[in-house]
Design a binder for this molecule. Structure first.
Ligand code: MN
Length: 719
């Protein structure tokens, strides 16, 4: 056996595993020969330290080998093909995954670049994780060792790496249930990021620990006595202060008052079985009065990351408030190792997955990894993704229940809407209200841990724009956005279709007579993928219905046979009558002196050279026979034409609302002749009244719908 390997305890790996690890160590040692770390130590000390901590997590031999090789591709002349040839695709794949996620580590350090780099890092990490979840475990061990040798790097690098570790790697370790690595990463990063606070707190806790020493050993003895008197076997009782970073965070929530923190010290009791846990809890409560609202049964209801344990906070000896955790050895090992324990138990039990060498799959409880990858694929790597990550991964989580008792894991601040979308996207789109703990609750109020949430639905109800501002999860937000995108497409489609049909009728074509081929041809010739998109473009106003009809029925091939007069309403007074020329807003025209067309005579327009359009009666014998220059026309009441319309918009008050409204009207190319806005007394609601010149009712309706789609707009009405 190679002498270098002696410091690894490989007895759990069998002959085959031991040989593999030994080969990887030899290979890595040769590859890194002559290289040294910033600390001056031989480079190989780093991969061996990473491998050592993974051995302590009982990771499988492939993972240990990959850990030894993890820096060979990036830092030596070894290639991925070399590794594939020598160690096989599985180990090579792991090394490649770790290498890829590390590459953006060397980005500039400005705040924005840092965010972008971190987001990109994480995106790669998540992708690598879905291929083989063991990549993240190696990466976490790698990062932990790098943090422990951070003193040799420049202060700038120290800050950057510590911050990324605290903001990304520690929460990841936590989400993966890897408590031991999380604690190390947090305290190491904390020391570099907030040296002042770290120094003060560690002094404070050291003296607190000393002064608590006597109390702790007394309490442990007392508890051990109580449990053994009741005939309960105890594996171990252990007392300790919590790690510094977690105390620091608790301190910030407690306004810096350390007296307010009850669980600076935790006693951990390990008993053989699950039922022993509950028995132990009962016995303890006979001797110490519990704080009722702090009894937590994470065995019946594990934390989202899989953590199981019983927690209770009691008035112990001397009336001191102390937290007690009770768990079995397996629960303890899972709490420390998390995801890594998943591999350990798979290998120990020789589970079918393990035998099939299918250990790399993402365990089902880590479905959020896949979800985040999905979000990443939808939103790309831009700011949206960074925001999504921050919320979905890095804020504190709460968990809430469905009325049936199913557990859901949401970011803190999530609303009943987030919950509904998490249960099912169909449910999210049908929310009419919500009951929280049996009472009707506001849809934008944040849920609290352990709430029981019941979603009330109704048919024909639609999502509200305002939800976009209150939801917290990327999933809910992207689904609501998609719904509105689809909706405005459908509205544009319907109104566009209507405008085209009116135009078709004006030309004497029955809309039903237009074949699918004809629609498709017209769409093709106008550069649309399909007729639906073309029709929606008409509804949106980006092309005119007349243009579409011209493509469907080129004028050369057809003779206009009918015209349309205003279909409804009182007969317009002659003086207020104008002519609408198909497909235009405001073209100059004149009534032809030869036939003096008058309402309701069918009319048709002729495009003259230089004098606009002349409107003839359709039966006019002088109508030139120059078909391409004929345009369809209809009579229109002047009151409906270019009449200024007064629109009232009521919206949630926000910065930029007025700008959004005017920008929309302007891009629609309508004229605003008056606008003013006022807020209600509380300043929460804005009313905007504007006068817009819109050519006809159809256009007005379309414009109003679009105004209704502006974020935070509640109602749009004609004043
Ligand atoms: Mn490394």
């Amino acid at each position: 056996m190679n002498s270098k390997i002696l410091r690894f305890n490989l007895e759990n790996y069998g002959t085959e595993g031991g040989v593999l690890i030994e080969r990887a160590l030899d290979f890595a040692t040769k590859a890194h020969e002559g290289q040294s770390r910033k600390s001056g130590w031989p480079y190989i000390t780093h991969p061996t330290a990473v491998a050592q901590s993974l051995i302590e997590l009982d990771m499988d031999a492939q993972t240990i080998a990959a850990a030894l090789l993890h820096d060979t591709i990036e830092d030596t002349s070894v290639t991925i093909q070399d590794l594939q040839a020598i160690f096989g695709t599985e180990i090579a794949g792991l090394v490649e995954g770790v290498t890829k996620t590390g590459q953006v580590d060397h980005m500039p350090s400005e705040a924005t670049a840092r965010t972008a780099a971190s987001a990109e890092n994480i995106r790669k990490l998540l992708l690598a994780m879905t291929k083989d979840i063991r990549v993240i475990i190696i990466k976490l061990a790698d990062r932990t060792h790098n943090l422990s040798t951070l003193q040799y790097l420049s202060p700038e690098k120290q800050q950057r790496i510590a911050r990324e570790s605290l903001e990304i790697y520690a929460p990841l370790a936590d989400r993966l249930g890897m408590g031991a690595l999380k604690v190390q990463i947090e305290d190491l990063s904390f020391a570099y990021l907030y040296p002042g606070a770290y120094g003060e707190l560690s002094k404070l806790m050291a003296s607190y620990g000393r002064s608590s020493q006597k109390y702790l050993s007394m309490l442990k003895k007392q508890i051990a006595g109580n449990l053994s008197k009741a005939g309960l076997e105890v594996v171990s009782i252990d007392g300790r202060t919590k790690h510094l970073y977690s105390i620091w965070r608790k301190l910030q929530k407690a306004d810096g008052d350390i007296e307010k923190i009850y669980d600076l010290i935790a006693i951990r009791i390990i008993v053989p079985t699950e039922s022993d846990c509950y028995q132990a809890l009962g016995i303890l409560h006979q001797h110490f009065k519990p704080l009722i609202y702090r009894i937590k049964d994470y065995i019946a209801v594990p934390k989202p990351n899989g953590y199981r344990s019983l927690h209770t906070t009691v008035f112990a000896a001397e009336g001191r408030i102390t937290e007690i955790q009770i768990r079995t050895p397996q629960m303890h090992s899972e709490a420390e190792k998390g995801l890594a324990a998943h591999f350990y138990y798979n290998s120990v039990k020789g589970s079918s997955n393990y035998k099939k060498a299918n250990v790399s799959a993402v365990p089902s409880k880590l479905g959020w990894v896949n979800e985040l990858v999905d979000v990443g694929q939808v939103t790309g790597s831009g700011q949206d993704f960074v925001d999504a990550l921050k919320v979905d991964l890095f804020v504190d989580r709460i968990f809430v229940f469905s009325p049936k008792g199913d557990l859901y894991d949401l970011p803190e601040g999530a609303t009943p809407i987030d919950f509904a979308f998490m249960v099912h996207s169909g449910l999210g789109l049908k929310v009419a209200g919500a009951k929280v703990n049996g009472r009707i609750a506001s849809l934008d109020a944040p849920l609290a841990n352990r709430d029981v949430v019941e979603i009330l639905t109704r048919k024909n109800i639609e999502p509200k724009r305002a939800w976009l501002t209150s939801v917290k999860t990327a999933n809910a937000r992207s689904r609501i956005r998609a719904w509105f995108r689809k909706q405005s497409y459908e509205e544009n489609f319907v109104s566009g279709r209507g405008l085209i049909e009116t135009e078709l009728k004006a030309w004497g074509h029955a809309p039903s007579a237009v074949s699918d081929e004809l629609w498709q041809q017209a769409a093709d010739s106008l550069g649309f993928k399909n007729p639906g998109l073309m029709q929606a473009a008409v509804g949106e106003g980006s092309i005119s219905a007349h243009v579409v009809v011209r493509r469907l029925f080129p004028v050369e091939d057809t003779k206009p046979t009918a015209s349309v007069v205003p279909e409804s309403g009182p007969r317009p007074k002659p003086g207020l009558l104008t002519v609408q020329i198909a497909g235009t807003h405001n073209l100059p025209y004149q009534l032809s002196p030869c036939c003096h067309p008058s309402y309701p005579q069918p009319i048709i327009g002729y495009i003259t050279r230089g004098k606009g359009i002349t409107v003839h009666s359709k039966s006019c014998p002088n109508l030139p026979d120059d078909k391409p220059r004929l345009v369809s026309c209809r009579w229109q009441a002047a009151s409906d034409y270019h009449q200024p319309h007064n629109i009232r918009i009521i919206a949630q008050n926000r910065l930029g609302l007025l700008r959004d409204v005017t920008a929309l009207v302007t891009t629609e190319k309508y004229n605003i002749t008056a606008i003013h806005s006022y807020d209600n007394e509380e300043g929460t609601e804005s009313t905007i009244e504007l006068t817009v010149e819109v050519p006809n009712r159809d256009r007005l309706v379309v414009l109003m719908r679009k105004l209704g789609h502006i974020q935070d707009v509640g109602t749009v009405q004609i004043k």
